[in-house]
Structures are given as structure tokens and as C-alpha cells.
Ligand binder design. Structure first.
Ligand code: ADP
Length: 472
């Protein structure tokens, strides 16, 4: 099958979160299974762009309302990533350093989507499926089905995957003129609650909709930032397919970012060696359990309860625990986490920012990973942690619920709690400390148990392939 993935992110070209990881891995595994998977994404000014060789694939001209623009589709020459990678260059709009966060993001990603369908409509043959990811590509199913200029694409199946349903790409009706030639009576296919809602539009127009875990699919029907009724109505075409992890990038036996490699047989020693390096670098104590957090410091991740839970733990379980935080996001949380550093020397440290290498070192050297998320569509961090024998301490929600079994349950290897509150999180931390101090043998068993779980992509890829086949 020829599968075209359209996304705003793809690791290692540009990544802001889990979406990038998934779009960097899924096509690679589809190619391994004998299919032609391609990724098309915006051309940002990233390191990857400058480090690789490119060939021009197509040059076009189109418009965003009354603003005409030229675009160029360039293709990476040497198949560096294991699949064909195409970048859309729209000078002045997409060629920025960051992926998101600009005042004109609506214009940037709408222009990107228009360029994609314009380019596809010039192909001599038709691909088997167009697989769009998250709201930045949510207008594509509508345009393929309902815009006169892209009529040619109307019969190509579309799949839309929701990696995060909280962000929906809302835009005012004044921007409807950006979308090329369509019949006014079809506005219902773009609208939700009075605005153009690209995520809702994709749920209505795509042939199939998937989310990145089964539990998240269920949760969207009662908690999806206003789209609950839509998910209830469209549940017949929705399915949950749990993400996998890229075992080439996330493997403690070969990880290029860590110094002490390990396998299930050497996990205890390997982890301790990495923990010692980490603790030395961040002024922590390697004889105590090390709890880490890695991620965006936002409400969705319940990052706001971390400072109080850390203070409460350091107060109640004095001298028995270490914390190391890595993340960036809401300024007040960044500030609070930074303020704790001088208050607890030797037991607590925080790095505000994004650091891929450090994240690998942390997964490999830590004992526990905290994920108190309020919403977690799939969550990759807990799966990476499990791959490195780091006990996930998670709230029972979405993909966390689908991938972590509590150590109190039969053959469980994690710690689960129900509420994103300081009390619940502190109690979960206590369970971790108790395990580390009083039941080291069981901890060693849990590490091996979780490292043996197969979270690889092969299984998920097969489910996507079955889904595509059902549409042909
Ligand atoms: P989300 O996509 O909602 O942010 P996921 O758990 O699906 O959450 O994926 C997060 C990914 O981003 C993981 O690969 C994680 O290691 C990485 N990540 C998040 N924040 C940072 C950071 N500050 N430094 C390094 N990696 C980070």
C-alpha cells in the first residue's frame, strides 16, 4: 500500500511531543513490513534540514484567501529515516525555527494543508490512503471531499488520528475564505459550537478516526473539550490503536545517549551506574530512590501539583528521596520548580527546557517516573520508562491505564493512583519509597518484568494496516 502521512511533527526532523515520535516511527515500521509509507510535513528551519540533502519534487502556486503564495515540495535524497520524507516550503510562513507558538499559526498550518492537497491533486496516480495526524491536518479530509479544486482526491480514503483532542485548532468564520471553493451549505462539516473546528471537521469527514489508546477513545465521549456529543455520535467509525515505541531509538542496550548500556540481566548494575552519573551531575544522592518527571509543564500533565507534592514528600519522608525534573511550559510552574532548587540542595534539582539526551539518561538512571496526568491520550514516557526498567507512577487515565498494571495487582509492575491531587501523588511516591527501601528484591523482579513487555510498533502497525485495508 502507498500511505501518505501528513503531520506537523516528525522525529528527528521536528518534535514538540509524542506526535513527533509516532510519526517518526510508524511509517518506518510500515516500510519494514513492505509498504510505501511517506511523510509530508512543513519545512521548518531545523538542524535536520541543514544536515541532509534534498531534491525538488514539485513547485506550485496557490492561495490563502486573497493572499497568493508559492510553495516547493522537497524530498530528502538518501532515505535517511527509512521512509520517504517530503517537506513543504512556504517562504515567510513555515520556515521558522519553532514548530508552534506564532500568532499566525492558523494561517501557517492552513496554507500547509492547502499546499498538501494541491500537490496531491497533481499526482499521476492515487495513493491508497491519506493518514492525517492531529488538528494541524484536520481540514484535509474536508478539502479532499468537498472542495471543487480537489475533486480528484474525493475517492481516496482518509484516516485521522487524534494524538491530543484538547487542542482543536479553532478559527473564526472570517477565516473561512482561506478554504478554496466549497458550497456554503456544507459549513456544518467545518463547524462546531460556532467556530470552524478543524479537529471536529476531521472527525466528521475522515473515513476512519483513531485515537492512540482504547481508554482515550472512551474518555473522549465524556471529556473532550466540547466535542463529547460528536464522539458519541461518530463512535461507529472510531477505533483505539495503542502507540508503540521505536525500539531502535529507545533501547537501553544500544541507546546512543547513555554511557552504561544494560539488558534485563544487567539492569540493576546498569541503572545504578547511570544513576550515579546523573546524581553527580545534579548534586543528588545515588543511595536514595530517584523520582523523575519529564514532560510539558502544563495542566494536562498535572505539572501544577508537582511542586507541592515534592515539598510534601521532602518534608514527610525526609532524607529518603531524590527528585529530578525536566520540562518546560507554564511560566508559574517553571518558576515554582526552579525556586525549590536552592531550598532542597542534595535532594532536588530541575532543568527547565528541552533536552533529548538528558531525557534518555534520566529514563536509564531513575528508579521511578512520575506521570500524574489529568489527560493522557497514550503517553510515551511511561513506555520508555518501562523499557529502561524505571517504575512508572501514573494516574489511572487514558493510555496510562492501558499500559501500566499496579504492583498490588497480579504480576503488576507499576504504581497507579486515581486523582491528580497532591495527596494521591504523595501517597504514590510513598509506596515507591517503601518498595525501594523494604522490598528491593521485588523491585528487581518488577524491572525485569516490565522490560520484557513488548510495546514495539509491529503490533500497532498491523492494526493500522488492517484498518486501511478495510477502506479499500
Ligand atoms: P505529549 O506528546 O503529550 O507531550 P507524550 O508522553 O506522548 O506526551 O510524549 C512526550 C515525548 O516528549 C517523550 O518522548 C518525552 O521524552 C519528550 N519530552 C517531553 N518534554 C521533554 C523535555 N523537556 N526534554 C526532553 N524530552 C521531552
Amino acid at each position: 500500500m502507498e500511505i501518505i502521512h501528513v503531520s506537523a511533527e516528525c522525529y528527528p526532523v521536528a518534535k514538540a511531543g509524542g506526535l513527533g515520535d509516532v510519526v517518526g516511527a510508524l511509517p518506518k515500521y510500515q516500510v519494514k513490513m513492505g509498504h510505501h509509507a511517506k511523510v509530508v510535513m512543513p519545512m521548518y528551519k531545523t538542524k535536520f534540514l541543514y544536515q541532509n540533502e534534498w531534491a525538488v519534487d514539485y513547485k506550485g502556486r496557490t492561495n490563502l484567501g486573497d493572499r497568493w503564495f508559492d510553495f516547493t515540495v522537497i524530498k530528502e535524497k538518501h532515505n535517511e529515516l527509512g521512509f520517504d520524507l517530503y517537506l513543504i516550503d512556504i517562504h515567510g510562513l513555515l520556515d521558522r525555527e519553532a514548530v508552534y507558538g506564532y500568532a499566525d499559526d492558523t494561517e501557517r498550518f492552513t496554507a500547509f494543508q492547502i499546499a498538501v492537497v494541491n500537490w496531491l491533486s497533481h499526482w499521476q496516480h492515487r495513493p491508497d490512503v491519506i493518514h492525517c495526524h492531529d488538528h494541524h491536518t484536520g481540514l484535509i479530509p474536508f478539502m479532499m471531499k468537498h472542495c471543487y479544486d480537489y475533486n480528484k482526491l474525493a475517492g481516496i480514503p482518509t484516516v485521522f488520528t487524534i494524538h491530543n483532542g484538547q487542542y482543536q485548532g479553532w478559527m473564526g468564520w472570517d477565516k473561512s475564505m482561506y478554504i478554496p471553493r466549497w458550497d456554503e451549505w456544507k459549513r456544518g462539516m467545518l463547524e462546531w459550537a460556532g467556530t470552524i473546528n478543524p479537529l471536529a471537521s476531521a472527525v466528521k469527514c475522515a473515513w476512519k478516526v483513531t485515537t492512540v489508546s482504547w481508554s482515550y477513545m472512551e474518555e473522549l465521549r465524556y471529556n473532550s473539550n466540547g466535542l463529547e456529543a460528536l464522539f458519541e455520535y461518530e463512535k461507529g467509525k472510531c477505533a483505539g490503536i495503542l502507540n508503540g515505541i521505536d525500539a531502535q531509538v529507545w533501547n537501553p542496550a544500544t541507546d546512543k545517549y547513555i554511557d552504561n548500556h544494560f539488558t534485563t540481566d544487567t539492569v540493576d548494575e546498569g541503572k545504578q551506574a547511570n544513576k550515579e552519573l546523573l546524581c553527580k551531575q545534579f548534586n543528588l544522592d545515588s543511595s536514595k530512590p530517584l523520582f523523575i518527571f519529564i514532560g510539558r509543564l502544563v495542566g494536562e500533565k498535572a505539572a501544577d501539583i508537582l511542586p507541592d507534592a515534592i515539598m510534601s514528600s521532602l518534608y514527610n519522608f525526609k532524607d529518603q528521596v531524590n527528585f529530578l525534573m525536566l520540562g518546560s511550559g507554564e511560566p508559574n510552574v517553571e518558576w515554582q520548580l526552579s525556586q525549590l532548587v536552592p531550598a532542597y540542595p542534595g535532594s532536588y534539582n530541575a532543568v527547565i527546557g528541552y533536552n533529548e539526551k538528558l531525557s534518555h539518561l534520566m529514563y536509564s538512571g531513575a528508579d521511578f517516573l512520575l506521570m500524574p496526568s489529568r489527560v493522557e491520550p497514550c503517553g510515551l514516557n511511561q513506555m520508555y520508562a518501562m523499557q529502561y526498567g524505571t517504575v512508572p507512577v501514573v494516574r489511572s487515565t487514558g493510555g496510562l491505564k492501558d499500559t501500566v498494571v499496579d504492583m498490588g495487582d497480579f504480576q503488576g509492575w507499576g504504581i497507579r493512583f486515581n486523582h491528580a491531587t497532591v495527596g494521591d501523588l504523595t501517597h504514590a511516591i510513598w509506596r515507591g519509597i517503601d518498595l525501594y527501601n523494604n522490598n528491593r528484591e521485588h523491585l528487581a523482579w518488577m524491572r525485569k518484568r516490565m522490560m520484557n513487555i513488548d510495546n514495539s510498533w509491529e503490533n500497532a502497525v498491523q492494526q493500522y494496516l488492517n484498518l486501511y485495508s478495510s477502506l479499500r
